[in-house]
Design a protein around this ligand. Structure first.
Ligand code: ZN
Length: 303
């Protein structure tokens, strides 16, 4: 009898990562290739997954896909499983879920890239240890995957944490913001491109002792304080390119406590903030391992 295995794909704007695995700890094969046209990319993905089947007597139980968006994740919708109105050339209204399902004759579970990362970090915790986790990515854009009661929040559309409004003191920061919809929303003030435009240099070039980092930490802390006051997450994970700057995490931890001003009484905030607002434990593999976790957990819950 064929042994069941799982596949996972992280579909990014410039590169694709694909893995084949027996379980979360046993990855059998991994490949990274460039994102080309949908047809070429799909061929690369299918070829990779089929090559694993040739070697042994395996069959796919399920494949998890974490993809750039926007995606239609409403099962009632006519375009369910599609990448929809993306600016990425050629990828508009591409039915990624069904294309992989029909080529490999297996079930495909699709999520946004940031939701896949949130799931990857969530499943690291022992079952029932936590139920509510937020993964925030701060890079070219700002987005969040929100898990409440062990489930990713989809809701009306999906959360748009990057576009919440946060206090903006024009005397301290006269920069108007870069969001084409709101100007000085969270993403308009604190994304990598906003930092670059305000300080005339990309974040990775801004010196460690520059005032830019104080301001950045303050904006992130406001957003986190809002999240704590609304959904009370048990863990907050901060990923993305801007967070690569080493000292920023500590600054965010301390400013979050300042913004909350002692109002929220919790050991996590008062004594253990370095274990409460944390970097991704899976580092750059949160997305791909999240997609794998999704395939494993979803197919278990359906069987
Ligand atoms: Zn905005």
């Amino acid at each position: 009898m064929a042994q069941k295995i799982f596949g996972a794909v992280e579909l990014g704007g410039t590169k694709i990562t694909a893995i084949v695995a027996k379980d979360l700890k046993t990855v059998l094969d991994k490949k990274v290739f460039p994102t080309l046209s949908p047809k070429e990319t799909l061929n690369d993905i299918i070829e990779f997954f089929k090559s694993a089947l040739n070697r042994e007597i395996y069959e796919y139980q399920a494949i998890g896909v974490g993809s750039f968006g926007p995606l239609d994740l409403n099962p009632e919708s006519r375009t369910y499983g599609y990448i929809t109105s993306t600016p990425k050339q050629g990828w508009q209204f591409f039915n990624i879920k069904q294309e992989i399902e029909s080529a490999l004759q297996t079930r495909v579970y699709l999520e946004t890239d940031v939701n896949a990362s949130a799931l990857g970090e969530f499943f690291l915790y022992p079952e029932n240890r936590i139920q509510n986790l937020v993964y925030i990515t701060i890079g070219t854009g700002i987005g969040a995957g929100i898990i409440i009661n062990g489930k990713i929040v989809h809701g009306l559309v999906h959360p748009e944490l990057g576009h919440i409004r946060i206090p903006h003191d024009y005397r301290q920061d006269p920069f108007p913001g870069i969001c084409p919809f709101h100007r000085d929303c969270f993403e308009g003030l604190a994304s990598g491109p906003a930092m670059e435009e305000r300080w005339h240099q990309p974040p990775e070039k801004i010196p460690t002792d520059h005032i830019a980092w104080e301001l950045e930490a303050e904006y992130i802390a406001y957003a986190i304080a809002n999240l704590i006051c609304t959904i009370s997450p048990e863990i907050i994970v901060l990923g993305g390119g801007v967070m690569q700057r080493h000292q920023l995490l500590k600054m965010v931890q301390s400013k979050t406590r300042c913004v909350l001003s002692g109002y929220i009484k919790s050991k996590s905030l008062e004594d253990n903030i370095s274990e409460y607002i944390v970097p991704p434990r899976l580092k750059e593999d949160s997305g791909i391992l999240g997609a794998l976790s999704m395939a494993i957990h979803e197919s278990k819950s359906k069987s």
